[in-house]
Design a protein around this ligand. Structure first.
Ligand SMILES: C[S@@+](CC[C@H](N)C(=O)[O-])C[C@H]1O[C@@H](n2cnc3c(N)ncnc32)[C@H](O)[C@@H]1O
Length: 350
């Protein structure tokens, strides 16, 4: 994969801020009032999501307005481009491209949360989620970090004893930021998103952040990591990439080290997918194609590369294939570890 695949698509310098008319009913539903400062990023599927920056807190709170490809095209906007939005008194939304996102105030001078930790800009949070809420980002990430500590403890280990923890596909540090409440371990975050890694390196300099590559290796010595986790990462990669990364994670883990990796299976489909046609198609694929399905689509276009789409696994597949690299000790059902995914709890043999 080329680095350029991951960078926001550049706006031409002659681009003017665009106006996108938003029906009053939509504004109201989203909780926006004229004059509200709003931040947003277009999603890869041609929609984009607005997040209102609440004037009475330093953080963004959120309404959620989505525009389809036709509206985007009319406004001359490109998926993947970080934008700042303002609702004008006329009810229109003005989208101004962030010419240099890393120079923006939101990147350079982040607000602090209740635990005095820096908070990433809404436009970076939105690169990784459909739920563009800074509060949820902090709350869910901390809860996920607590569940990681608990899962380690269920294996008879104590995260407080660990020296080194890898968050593979760390995004802008949603989960990783919650771990120092449990451990003094050195944290290593790795992600393909260069702006996210730049933000983390600048604002959490006591830890180590690496720009990811499409394929291994990652710059981490053999047998050096006590715990690695990949949340919502193998749910997006094709089988070839998955196998190579599983092998690499086994390399960097210490013997006896813990790997927590999320996936989605039939339980996810039944509980969370509304389209019956999709449920049937993927379920059939899981039965006929050896327990693994990879579905490519436009959803992430412009944000991530083409090997990034949606993957589904059965537990049997995980025992059989992931089991080549790890002892598969346990599975967590959706809602017990991560809301909408399953998780495999694994240990490196030795
Ligand atoms: C859906 S996001 C999840 C982010 C984060 N784990 C969380 O739960 O908030 C998946 C992430 O995996 C990252 N990713 C995918 N392949 C990767 C690779 N080869 N190296 C590093 N990161 C990768 C993507 O860049 C993306 O940020």
């Amino acid at each position: 994969m080329k680095d350029s695949d991951l960078k926001p698509v550049a706006f031409s310098s002659s681009a003017r801020p665009k106006e996108v008319p938003v029906p009053e009913s939509v504004l109201k539903e989203a909780g926006f009032a004229p004059g509200d400062p709003v931040a947003a990023i277009p999603l890869g599927n041609g929609e984009f999501v607005f997040a209102k920056v609440k004037p009475d807190t330093e953080f963004a709170a959120h309404g959620n307005v989505k525009f389809g490809p036709a509206q985007l095209e009319k406004a001359g906007l490109t998926p993947g481009q970080p934008l700042k939005f303002t609702v004008l008194p006329t009810g229109a939304v003005r989208a101004a491209p962030l010419e240099d996102p890393r120079a923006d105030e939101s990147f350079q001078n982040p607000p602090r949360d209740a635990l005095d930790r820096p908070v990433p800009p809404a436009w970076l949070i939105q690169a990784f989620t459909n739920v563009p809420s800074v509060e949820k980002h902090i709350r869910n990430g901390d809860r996920q970090a607590d569940l990681i500590a608990q899962t380690v403890s269920d294996l008879g280990k104590d995260i407080a004893d660990f020296d080194s923890i890898l968050d593979f596909g760390c995004g802008v540090g949603r989960v990783l930021r919650g771990l120092p409440r449990h451990t003094k371990a050195k944290l290593i975050g790795c992600d393909l998103h260069e702006d996210a890694i730049a933000w983390l390196s600048q604002h959490m300099p006591e830890h180590r952040f690496l720009i990811g590559t499409e394929y291994p290796p990652v710059d981490i010595p053999d047998d050096s990591v006590d715990l690695m986790y990949a949340i919502s990462v193998l749910t997006h990669l094709d089988e070839d990439h998955q196998i190579k990364w599983l092998e690499e994670w086994a390399r960097v883990l210490k013997p006896g080290g813990v790997a927590i990796v999320t996936f989605r299976n039939e339980e996810f489909l039944e509980a969370f997918v509304r389209s019956q046609e999709m449920v049937e198609r993927v379920t059939k694929g899981l039965m006929n194609d050896g327990g693994f399905v990879f579905e490519s689509h436009q959803r992430w276009q412009g944000v991530f590369s083409e090997f990034y789409a949606d993957a589904y696994h059965t537990k049997d597949y995980i025992r059989r294939v992931w089991g080549r690299y790890f002892e598969v000790r346990d599975f967590k059902d959706p809602g017990t570890f991560i809301t909408r995914q399953n998780a495999a709890i694994m240990v490196k043999p030795g």
